[in-house]
Design a protein around this ligand. Structure first.
Ligand code: ANZ
Ligand code: ZN
Length: 845
């Protein structure tokens, strides 16, 4: 027997070049095979791939290679989500150009991905920062504008007065700019919006059909869209001449209202502020606090009594005070609410603080009408009490009754409101897609004509001064109006990078140079059969991509509704942390600075002990990362890929361990030794091995299709163990060949190396990457033997292995012939024999 080793350091690169040369993974849209579009979320080119990418892309790769083996034409592309802030930060910090920085990073990361042996169609590679991509995006944006799905409106932004720039919410930390540390101001600016709210209903309904999406992602999207059904109605002013419009989901509780509250930005609040400095001071206080729904939820509920009173629409004798309150949002519903403290927790806290009445209007039953509250509001179901003519109705009927009445009497109506807001896509940034519009004093906002696209970014930009470089550029924004020819100005905002990732999968499927995509080509590939990525994109990216797809269908450019037929969100790669207190801060060490023993960890440098922390997501700040390049160099791509698939279910976290990867490395070698034992000349049958191999082939296929890679891995270990022990036979050789084919999507380099030795007779380009998945002999999948229990008076005495379906009398005879049975019977008389075919024999004595 040969004793060579599999050496990834020379085999990996050799096979990667062979695949490139053979253009194995170039997708042919004209092929008549069934088509599969397998896609992993494309990376941001930060400079280096991280271990999370490796896990994500390995899963997609196994599926893509497997589908090819099953005779599919597979589209498995890769590209770069290449616009965004980090490139501009690098430009500011290191004085490099964002474009150069980004393109260098792409080159690095592409080489890293190649070293992992991914079966990618590099001929379709795209980077969103190139005009060949973003020019088409500008054309699509213009199409959406023409269709009325893009508009401009004033909206409030976070303004950093030092950096002279708009900040994203995440860039505001404790009310201060993340870079400058300056107090952030709210400013009104005209911003570009996409009308995603036009599609709110469709986007919500569409979730119902996404059966192959994780429930939690569908739920998150549902909550984000936030459909709410209720009633909008107005209160008449009692001591003033206006009405206050409110929105409620609980019109049934209308008799429990003890106040009305408006948002700080509400016209009523503004009017109060114009005559009262106290009101103004309260409004300022509200604005200083956070304004996100989450911040408002947790903040103390505060209000200001305006002195205004409104009249209850169902009982003129009831007057309610009007407050300005910090927990009312201006951009939800009408920006005003009726406060029902008994049945809404925020109102309860508010009423408690300002000593307003807390009335019960819903109770378990009518006898409980006077029951006290246990320190909090009761949001639950029940019957209506203390509510005049509504008393005794259940909640649902009362809601109907009140809406009906309001509509008849003309003071309100049933209404649906949505939490979803239109998507603000303006960014005052350089490194993004220029928004293709021109501002002309005479003509207003004019789209750049399509034959003048792309509007490219200027190269000579200055990052030393704060603000938007496009705004400051000496010439770029000065152009002639495309309509009237007068001097005009380019729009200097660029698009949110989420726009870039909202349609890239379309461009992967079809890449003409003169238009964003070809409709018929798209129809061949879409929807994406399997999309794989991180749960952090559960809401925004996936919702925006669904919206773009629907919007492009709406304007007649494509024919699909939903871009991603199946979605899989993979778990994270985790590792314990190593740290030491230095002063009052923790200093972290990376795993390769540590010697780890069973119960302690010490620093290699000086042998001092460090603290072992929890197993958490790998992150640079905690230094608990492993570098994909290092581990690939040490163990080879296949061992790393195998590790990524083993041990943990793919949706769970995967703890990285040195012992684990070493085990994978040993298994690669074990397989290599087994593959070397393949012998096409040997004869003889081994039924057990035939059966085990057939079952494994079938089960591994099912596992891969269900993305249960860890189960597939476990089965391959099991079959490998059985085959190693078996005596040489034709069956054994055939099983070795099966194992090779089963592992080849997971360990493609080992697969090729062994395949090339196994198939010396076939021609040169017979790559295992092009081989077919083994056929499982169906007849071997059914068990033809069964195990039968033999009981005496219900007690198990022996078992028998017999042919399936053996007739009753034969089973009985075999049972009686058992030596163990005879010994137990010890001559006793058998009064009755019960035989359950294929299951058991019970002897009654
Ligand atoms: C009276 C009431 C009684 C309410 C009750 C709830 C329970 P969802 O389901 O999220 O749509 N609300 C309405 N507009 C608001 C705004 N701009 N800012 C803050 N809160 C607002 O929530 C709708 C409920 O949230 C509405 O129903 C209203 O309070 C409040 F037992 O009205 B409710
Ligand atoms: Zn003009």
């Amino acid at each position: 027997m040969n004793d060579t080793k599999f050496d990834p350091s020379q085999a990996d690169g050799r096979w990667q070049r062979a695949w490139d040369e053979a253009q194995c993974f170039a997708a042919d849209s004209n092929s008549d095979k069934p088509k599969s579009f397998v896609l992993e979320m494309f990376p941001y080119p930060s400079g280096r791939i991280h271990i999370g990418h490796v896990r994500n892309y390995t899963m997609g790769d196994v599926l893509a290679r497997y589908r090819r083996m099953r005779g599919h034409e597979v589209l498995h592309p890769m590209g770069w989500d290449a616009f965004g802030m980090p490139a501009e930060n690098a430009a500011m910090e290191k004085g490099v150009h964002p474009g150069g920085w980004t393109r260098d990073n792409i080159a690095n990361m592409k080489a890293q991905l190649k070293r992992l042996g991914f079966a990618l169609d590099w001929s379709r590679e795209l980077a969103t920062c190139e005009p060949e991509y973003y020019g088409h995006e500008q054309a699509l944006f213009a199409d959406l504008y023409a269709a009325g799905l893009v508009y401009r409106k004033e909206s409030t932004v976070n303004w950093d007065p030092v950096d002279q720039t708009v900040l994203a919410n995440e860039q505001v930390i404790d009310g201060k700019g993340w870079r400058s540390g300056a107090e952030v101001e709210k400013r009104k600016l005209a911003q570009w919006f996409l009308k995603i709210t036009d599609f709110a209903d469709e986007l919500l309904e569409g979730l119902g059909e996404l059966k192959n999406w994780p429930d939690k992602v569908r739920l998150m999207q549902e909550n984000w869209i936030g459909k709410s059904q209720g009633m909008q109605f107005h209160f008449k002013g009692g001591n003033f001449d206006e009405q206050i419009e409110v929105y409620t989901t609980r019109p049934d509780t209308i008799f429990g209202a003890s106040f009305v509250a408006v948002a700080a930005d509400h016209p009523i609040a503004q009017a109060a502020a114009s005559t009262s400095s106290e009101a103004q001071a309260f409004i300022d206080l509200c604005k200083a606090g956070g304004t996100t729904a989450a911040e408002l939820e947790t903040a103390e509920k505060l209000g200001y009594d305006t002195g205004l009173k409104v009249v209850h629409p169902l009982d003129e004798s009831i007057r309610l005070p009007v407050y300005i309150a910090n927990f009312v949002l201006m951009d939800y519903g009408t920006g005003a609410v009726m406060g029902v403290p008994g049945h809404d927790q925020r109102d309860f806290e508010f009423a408690t603080k300002y000593e307003l009445p807390i009335t019960r209007v819903v109770a378990k039953d009518t006898a409980e009408a006077k029951a006290p509250f246990a320190g909090e509001a009761e949001a639950g179901d029940g019957v209506i009490v203390n509510s005049q003519f509504l008393d005794g109705l259940d909640v649902e009927s009362a809601i109907e009754r009140v809406i009906d009445l309001a509509e008849k009497q003309g003071w309100g109506e049933g209404k649906t409101v949505w939490r979803l807001r239109d998507w603000g896509v303006s960014r005052q940034r350089y490194w993004g897609t220029p928004i293709p519009f021109i501002h002309c004093d005479a003509c207003g906002v004019v789209p750049v004509p399509k034959d003048q696209l792309p509007v490219t970014l200027p190269e000579d930009v200055d990052f030393a001064t704060p603000g938007n470089p496009l705004e400051r550029h000496a010439t770029w924004k000065h152009v002639d109006c495309p309509k009237c020819g007068a001097k005009a100005q380019r729009e200097t905002d660029t698009l949110d990078t989420f726009v870039n990732s909202s349609w890239y999968f379309l461009r992967f499927a079809s890449q003409p140079s003169d238009k964003p995509f070809d409709r018929d080509e798209l129809a061949k590939w879409l929807p994406v059969e399997q999309y794989i990525g991180g749960i952090e994109h559960a809401i925004l990216h996936l919702l925006y991509a669904r919206f773009w797809t629907r919007a492009l269908k709406h304007i007649g450019l494509i024919d699909v509704d939903e871009p991603f037929a199946s979605l899989f969100t993979q778990g994270m790669v985790t590792h314990e942390t190593y740290s030491r207190k230095e002063g009052d801060r923790a200093v972290f060490f990376s795993p390769n600075e540590i010697t780890r023993e069973s119960d302690k960890a010490t620093l290699k440098a000086d042998g001092s002990a460090v603290e072992i922390g929890r197993v958490i997501k790998m992150s640079k700040s905690k230094k608990n990362t492993v570098d994909p390049d290092e581990i690939v160099a040490k163990y080879g791509a296949d061992a790393v890929r195998w590790f990524m698939l083993s041990d943990s279910p793919p949706e769970r976290d995967l703890p990285w361990s040195e012992a684990g990867i070493e085990g994978c490395w040993r298994f690669v070698q074990r397989l290599w030794r087994l593959f070397e034992q393949y012998d096409a000349g040997v004869s003889g049958e081994d039924k057990d091995i035939d059966r085990a191999a057939a079952k494994t082939v079938k089960a591994v296929a099912d596992d891969i299709e269900a993305l249960s890679f860890n189960k597939a891995v476990a089965r391959i270990y099991e079959l490998t163990g059985a085959v190693e022990k078996a005596k040489p036979s034709a069956s054994r050789s055939s099983a070795i060949r099966d194992i090779l084919l089963l592992v080849s999507p997971m360990m493609p380099h080992l697969g090729e190396e062994a395949w090339s030795k196994m198939q010396p007779e076939t021609d040169d380009d017979a790559l295992v990457a092009n081989a077919a998945w083994p056929e499982a002999d169906e007849s071997l999948l059914v068990d033809d033997e069964v195990t039968i229990a033999i009981q005496i008076k219900g007690k198990l005495r022996d078992t028998l292995t017999v042919a399936k379906g053996l007739p009753k009398d034969e089973v009985e005879a075999l049972a009686l012939a058992s030596e163990k049975v005879q010994r137990s019977l010890d001559g006793a008389e058998i009064r009755k024999v019960i035989v359950v075919p294929d299951r058991l024999v019970n002897l009654v004595i």
